[in-house]
Structures are given as structure tokens and as C-alpha cells.
Design a protein around this ligand. Structure first.
Ligand SMILES: NC(=O)c1ccc[n+]([C@@H]2O[C@H](COP(=O)([O-])OP(=O)(O)OC[C@H]3O[C@@H](n4cnc5c(N)ncnc54)[C@H](OP(=O)(O)O)[C@@H]3O)[C@@H](O)[C@H]2O)c1
Length: 357
């Protein structure tokens, strides 16, 4: 058992992949978590991390992590004590693996396998922190609860961050969203250059369904141990575009009460939530930033705002069908995956009164 001020022992499953590499990078030097185990497929197991991972980050691999061995999932399961597991597994693998870990520690996952399970919070820490109440309080002197916390789909995260200030200030019932999604969203080795260069692919498997179903759960109310989904109709159309990182969302929304444009801008500018109030290590100062009516968010220019955790918004204007429309941008492997999962874990730690040194 870890004592109150010791770092929490963390494993990364799927550590060699696109999201796993982000976890490894963000966990190096994290003030609360210590990376103690790495797992990937049989292809990688038995190698040192530096030899197993096809490194695609701009920051070099941390020396200590580069020299860590990569294990199979079963070896990590049977290995040393863990306080938390970060999962960057494909959904097909995560479906069976994550509940096994969740019986003995907290699992924070990017996989879609358990997102819609009734007892799993689908968490965006600034949007629905109260959904953590689905987890039972820690038992047996543990630092954290057991169970699964799921990160939503990477496009859904950007969408609900842009919508939450509008939900609080005005309310809405209908959303139309068209996405322009980066190639890193397809993982490694991903889509071939021959397919995506000089091209737009107007289809991403299951993506539209995820945006349409997850939004209601995230914006829903936690009552009596379940989530009552928000009644919001979402129409999504998803496109893969030749951008490395950063998903762009063109959104129309039917805001209630016909608010003035300046009130809508102000809702994004002033939005702060529990992660900012608690000063969590991965929380950006501003979860949403309004760039300007004439300044559209652009993937290469704005994706790293707030260390990739800020959703940038611009081009608010009237929509002849739904009332208002705007453009939002969110970093898919930081806010939309590893960074968002880390922030969710930090919120769970803070809510347990557990703040490691
Ligand atoms: N990429 C994004 O922007 C993004 C955003 C949000 C959520 N997600 C979700 O996050 C998860 C990971 O995505 P990704 O893009 O990082 O995928 P990826 O690049 O394909 O990486 C997959 C990882 O899973 C490991 N793996 C595959 N089969 C395995 C098995 N049978 N046992 C153990 N490990 C196995 C791989 O190990 P090897 O290297 O050994 O094959 C690799 O480490 C997916 O569920 C995805 O939907 C991705």
C-alpha cells in the first residue's frame, strides 16, 4: 500500500502506440504518478521500450523509460502492486483486459469498449466531474477507488468542452457537427500516406455513432448511481484529413433564449471548472479560449494551446438553420487521449483527498 505522500504506481497498457507514447511522455516527471510498468502486444514484449516503440513524438524518450522492459498484459497483471492503470489498448483487447485490472485498481482508459457501461463515468473533468460519483469510495486503505473511468472519443471531447459553457449559460437541444480529423487518430501504423495525401476521406469507422451517443451521456445528470443522459440530438459527419494532430469541428447549435453574440463569446472566455479550481497538474488555465470572430482555430497553429489541453474556438456567426455556428479545435492525442486521461486520474486522486508530494 502506498502511503499518503508517495507517488502512485502507474502502468501503461498499449505503451508503444500513438496514445501510449503520449502517456509515457506526460508521466515522465509527473508530480503524483510514477511509471512502474509498461505493456504492449507479444510483438513488443521482452524488448526494451526504446527498441519496441516506433517513436513518433517530437520530445525524445525519457532515458529511464527507454531502458524499461515491455511486458505482456498478463505479466503486468501478475506483477507488482499498482495504484492506477492507464489504458491505450484497442477496444477489442481492452474489453476483457480492463475489467480484470479494475477489480484491483483504478483503470483510466481511452478505449471505447466500456464507455457506455452504466457504472463507468465517461469523464471530461471540466464538464462532468460529478460523474466520478459512479465509483465506490476506496476500500482497504487504498489510495484510489477501483473500477473504470473512460475518456470519451477524441472528437467528442472537443465538442463537449466547447458546448459545456453554452449548456450552463443557455441550454440547447440540437447539434450538427462536421469533423476534420487528424491522421494520428488512426493510431500506428495508421492510414497509408498514399491514401491520405492529396485527399479527404469522408468516413471514419464508428466515429459518427460515438459522437452522437457519447455527448448525451457526458452532458447528463448523475443521480442515484446512474447517469440520466441529456436530451440532445447530435448529427455528426466525420472526415479524415491530412493533418498530423488536432481535430477541427464545425458546429451548429440551437441555443435557447436567443442570446446575444457577445454573451456566447463571454461564456467561452470565462469558463473555468473544478480542475482549474483545484489547480490540478494537467489542467490548463483556460479549458476554452475564444480566438475571435475573424480568427479561425487552425490545427498547426492552435493545437498546442494550454499544452494541448485547451479547446480553441473561433468564427462565431449566425446559422440560418440552428441559430449559431462556430469552429472548434482540440488536440486529439493530448486533450483527446493521454492528457485528458491523466487529468481525469488527477481529479480522482484529488477527490479522494489524496495529493502525493
Ligand atoms: N490516436 C488517437 O488520437 C486516439 C484518441 C482517443 C482514443 N484513442 C483510443 O486509444 C486506444 C489506442 O489508440 P492508438 O491510436 O494509440 O493505437 P495504436 O497506435 O494502434 O497502439 C495500440 C497499442 O496497443 C498495443 N496492442 C495491440 N494489440 C495488443 C494485444 N493483443 N495485447 C497487448 N497490447 C496490444 C500495441 O502494441 P504493439 O506496438 O506491440 O503492437 C500498441 O501499444 C484505442 O482504443 C483508440 O481508439 C486513440
Amino acid at each position: 500500500m502506498t502511503t499518503r505522500n508517495e507517488p502512485l504506481r502507474a502502468a501503461v497498457l498499449g505503451a508503444t502506440g500513438t496514445v501510449g507514447q503520449r502517456f509515457v511522455t506526460l508521466l515522465a516527471g509527473h508530480p503524483w504518478f510514477e511509471l512502474t510498468a509498461l505493456a504492449a502486444s507479444e510483438r513488443s514484449a521482452g524488448k526494451l521500450y526504446r527498441d519496441a516503440a516506433t517513436w513518433i513524438q517530437t520530445r525524445p524518450i525519457d532515458d529511464a523509460v527507454a531502458a524499461m522492459p515491455v511486458h505482456t498484459i498478463d505479466e503486468v497483471m501478475d506483477g507488482g502492486e499498482l495504484d492506477i492503470v492507464f489504458s491505450a489498448l484497442d477496444a477489442s483487447v481492452a474489453r476483457d483486459v480492463e475489467p480484470r485490472f479494475a477489480r484491483r485498481c483504478l483503470v483510466v482508459t481511452n478505449a471505447s469498449a466500456h464507455r457506455m457501461d452504466a457504472d463507468v463515468p465517461l469523464l471530461v473533468p471540466e464538464v462532468n466531474p460529478d460523474h466520478l460519483s459512479l465509483l465506490s469510495p476506496p476500500e482497504d486503505g487504498r489510495a484510489l477507488p477501483t473500477g473504470i473511468v473512460a475518456n470519451p472519443n477524441c472528437s467528442t471531447i472537443g465538442l463537449v468542452l466547447a458546448l459545456k459553457p453554452l449548456a450552463d449559460a443557455f441550454g440547447f437541444e440540437r447539434i450538427s457537427v462536421v469533423t476534420l480529423q487528424a491522421v494520428s487518430g488512426a493510431g500506428l501504423p495508421g492510414i497509408s500516406s498514399y491514401q491520405i495525401l492529396d485527399n479527404v476521406i469522408p468516413w471514419i469507422s464508428s466515429e459518427e455513432e460515438k459522437l452522437e451517443i457519447e455527448t448525451g451521456k457526458i452532458l447528463g445528470q448523475a443521480t442515484g448511481g446512474t447517469i440520466e443522459p441529456a436530451e440532445v440530438a447530435v448529427s455528426a459527419q466525420c472526415n479524415r484529413v491530412p493533418v498530423v494532430d488536432g481535430h477541427t469541428l464545425c458546429v451548429s447549435v440551437d441555443l435557447k433564449g436567443e442570446p446575444a453574440m457577445e454573451d456566447v463569446r463571454e461564456a467561452w472566455r470565462t469558463f473555468r471548472a473544478e480542475p482549474q479550481e483545484r489547480g490540478l497538474p494537467s489542467a490548463p488555465a483556460q479549458p476554452t479560449v475564444y480566438l475571435g470572430d475573424d480568427e479561425p482555430p487552425q490545427a498547426r497553429v492552435h493545437r498546442d494551446l494550454g499544452q494541448g489541453m485547451t479547446t480553441s474556438i473561433g468564427r462565431l456567426r449566425e446559422c440560418p438553420i440552428l441559430g449559431y455556428r462556430f469552429v472548434a479545435l482540440s488536440h486529439n492525442t493530448l486533450r483527446g487521449a493521454a492528457g485528458g486521461a491523466l487529468l481525469a486520474a488527477e481529479l480522482a486522486v484529488a477527490r479522494c483527498g489524496r495529493r502525493a508530494a
